[in-house]
Design a protein around this ligand. Sequence first.
Ligand code: SAH
Length: 213
Amino acid sequence: MFEYERNKLIETIRKKGIKNESVLEAMNRVERHLFVPDAVKSHSYDDVAVPIGFSQTISQPYTVAFMSEALEPEKGKKILEIGTGSGYQAAVLVEIGLKVFSIERNFNLYSRTQDLFDKLKIRAALRYGDGTLGWAEFSPYDGILVTAGGPEIPGKLKKQLAIGGKMIVPVGNRAKQSMLTVTRLDETTYDVKETPNFAFVPLIGKEGWKENR
Ligand code: SAH
């Protein structure tokens, strides 16, 4: 289903500058409409963020591609995602061949996505909780993706990044963020590259925004 729309979306993303073929191929295989609620299904293959309930959104496909590419993904690498949401980004990472751990703070979204992953037999470890604290048990991670926007780079996540690993994290105010690509060079040194103009839902937690404005 929707093969034509999916192909067109991949071409759009390619034109916007995404080059990594393993990312583009994975996004061409994962059926995004399975992660989008019925009411907005017809927008599954538009290059836009779509509401998934509980005031949250499934990220824009270009953003998913950008973050996946920035990770410099290679089969077998271990990735931690903060903000499971619909599960689409996690499913794309699994399809690329990565080992995926993902945390969601909204219990309804966590359990809905766990059910979907069981049904679709998507192998990823999902956890309910505050992702700004990371998931120490399985650290260090070769890559960390934060798919909600916070005020700063969560310190606990920096510590759970492997040396040579990359964290992709939107940082800014509640409305607009820059995407930071943080590479851990050694025990104490991190290189940071910034790409402006992204808009995510807020990262809420101990090392994110407070729940109330
Ligand atoms: N990667 C998701 C994007 C969902 S939007 C997708 O592909 O659909 C971001 C998600 O981050 C929301 O579901 C929100 O509930 C969650 N979130 C916000 N703060 C969080 C935190 N501290 N820990 C875990 N999840 C968080």
